[in-house]
Design a protein around this ligand. Sequence first.
Ligand code: MN
Length: 298
Amino acid sequence: MKIANFNQGRIGIIDGEFIADVSRVVNYDPVSWPPTGMLRFIASLKHIKPRLLNELKSAKRIPLTEAQFNCPIAWPNKVIAYPANYHAHIDEMKAGTGLISKFNASGQGFFLKSNSSLSGPGDPIVLPALPDREIHHECELAIIIGKGGRGIPVERALDHIFGYSCLIDVVVRGKEERVMRKSFDSFCPMGPYITTADEVPRYYDIDLQLTVNGDLRQKANTRDLIVGVPEMISMASSVMTLYPGDIIASGTPAGVGPLRAGDRVEIRIAGVGEMVLDVEQGKEGAHPVWEKASVATA
Ligand code: MN
């Protein structure tokens, strides 16, 4: 199944050229706040599946071209992110800085991005007003947690995956705290929908790529991950309880590069989805903390 959040919080299942509105099966009022309908949907899918299949027969369908897609999960408990996690990107960062172990996901663990940095496939990436700084794209597979848990062993980790999505981890390069550099509004576009794990059995062999204005910047396959998909879940859950709808950004491959206003970014993950985003210059974001001399690093 491909599950989307569309038209201001409605939950839909993609059915060919249409999207079927199934918001009703989780008794979710799309305009309520906080926007947690998708979390309920993910947490209860096993129990509501018969009702969902029934609802699908008669659900209102609208053409995909008339649906406005939002970020599939607007209000997760957390967004976990792994640093550079492909062998080639490690080499790239090493060439730039002389450092290696610092950027290795297996050695360094993971970090968090603010949940409010999430944005949807129809939203632009809005660059903060930091004219002297490079702002980079990172092309990443998002893992969506289905069943929560703590201390999940690697052998059981796949049971905890609800699905996958496309995610761009946007970052201001520099030496400030990573969470701050990666948490501006719109710095975590995700979408266009969640593809459930049963449709992605070969999670260890997924092609992903990112282009800017049609130029290929990043191209990789999950077989080159340093910390694999099950291992990421196990490591994260060794620290914190994972909840349904938690998002894991699985780390970037080589080819990170700057984004500029007017750019058009396309992320494409085979069997998972693709989305095209515009880059705009915003007016907000300036603060004296960014004015210190800063060398590009992570
Ligand atoms: Mn990243």
